[in-house]
Design a protein around this ligand. Structure first.
Ligand code: HEC
Ligand code: HEC
Length: 217
């Protein structure tokens, strides 16, 4: 009997939550995540409903990233300031409010812990050094100076890197290096990426992907 009562209460609570959700921005955002912008594919096809993304396919994690950061990236794809042929067509029909709503949905998702294969400890040591201490000989400021302690992100300007997929981090750093990503304010990231060696990029991406994300600390 007790279990049945608990089940009833839980069902009631869940029904209440989903009704409450459906009327707020994240609820509208969930609908966009599931349906897309009308011309592109639904976001969940690539980023998943929970925003975990997919490392092998090159789809970044969105879960738990800052709403303002996510909105800025979508606006940049829409305006062409950030270019990517796979991603841009999926948001070019969204208006600002829809971008805020879908960003709020992904920001509210709990980041899922990644299970990653073991890698060389020397590589992870080098990655940790770049992230926490930088490489002063080559004027590389530690990532944590801007991305915050544990690279957990600071406000809307500096995204969380901890737990992001290694392949995506690596790809973005190379994109800045070769000039295909240039939407960062004051070229802050270009200045950093340009001075990183390929080995440092490999190492810092592997290290950051293995760091705990906010929420599962
Ligand atoms: C066909 C696959 C695909 C679909 C569908 C898709 N995306 Fe993406 N998304 C990508 C890829 C690939 C990237 C990385 C692109 C790059 O390198 O700039 C990305 C990047 C992003 C980013 C930037 C993340 C960051 O950390 O800077 C945001 C925000 C985003 N997508 C939101 C969305 C939303 C919202 C939708 C649905 C309206 C959506 N995406 C649909 C593939 C997709
Ligand atoms: C001087 C400040 C600064 C430092 C130091 C810095 N970053 Fe950044 N980084 C930024 C800003 C600002 C952005 C957001 C750019 C935008 O709005 O598109 C960013 C974005 C990124 C992104 C894109 C994340 C995403 O979700 O698309 C990656 C990857 C990244 N930084 C890696 C690094 C690494 C690795 C280091 C250390 C080697 C580092 N950053 C050091 C300022 C900095």
């Amino acid at each position: 009997m007790k279990t049945a009562t608990l089940g009833y209460l839980l069902a009631g609570a869940l029904a209440y939550c989903s009704t409450a959700h459906a009327s707020d921005g994240a609820g509208r955002g969930q609908a966009i995540a599931m349906q897309g912008d009308g011309s592109g594919a639904p976001c969940i096809a690539c980023h998943g409903l929970d925003g975990a993304g997919n490392d092998a396919a090159g789809f970044p994690r969105l879960a738990g990233l800052d709403t303002g950061y996510l909105v800025k990236q979508m606006q940049d794809y829409r305006s062409g300031a950030r270019q990517n042929a796979v991603m841009a067509p999926n948001v070019d029909n969204l208006d600002d409010q829809q971008m805020i709503d879908v960003a709020a949905w992904y920001a509210s998702q709990q980041p899922t812990p990644a299970s990653l294969p073991e890698v060389d400890t020397a590589l992870l040591e080098l990655g940790k050094k770049v992230a926490s201490s930088g490489d002063w000989d080559n004027y590389v400021v530690p990532c944590e100076t801007c991305h915050g302690p544990g690279s957990l992100g600071v406000g809307s300007a500096f995204p969380r890197l901890a737990g992001q997929h290694a392949g995506y981090i690596k790809q973005q750093l190379h994109a800045w290096k070769n000039g295909t990503r240039g939407n960062d304010p004051d070229q802050l990231m270009l200045a950093i990426a340009a001075r990183l060696s390929d080995e440092q990029i490999e190492a810092v991406a592997a290290y950051l992907a293995r760091q705990p994300q906010q929420g599962d600390l």
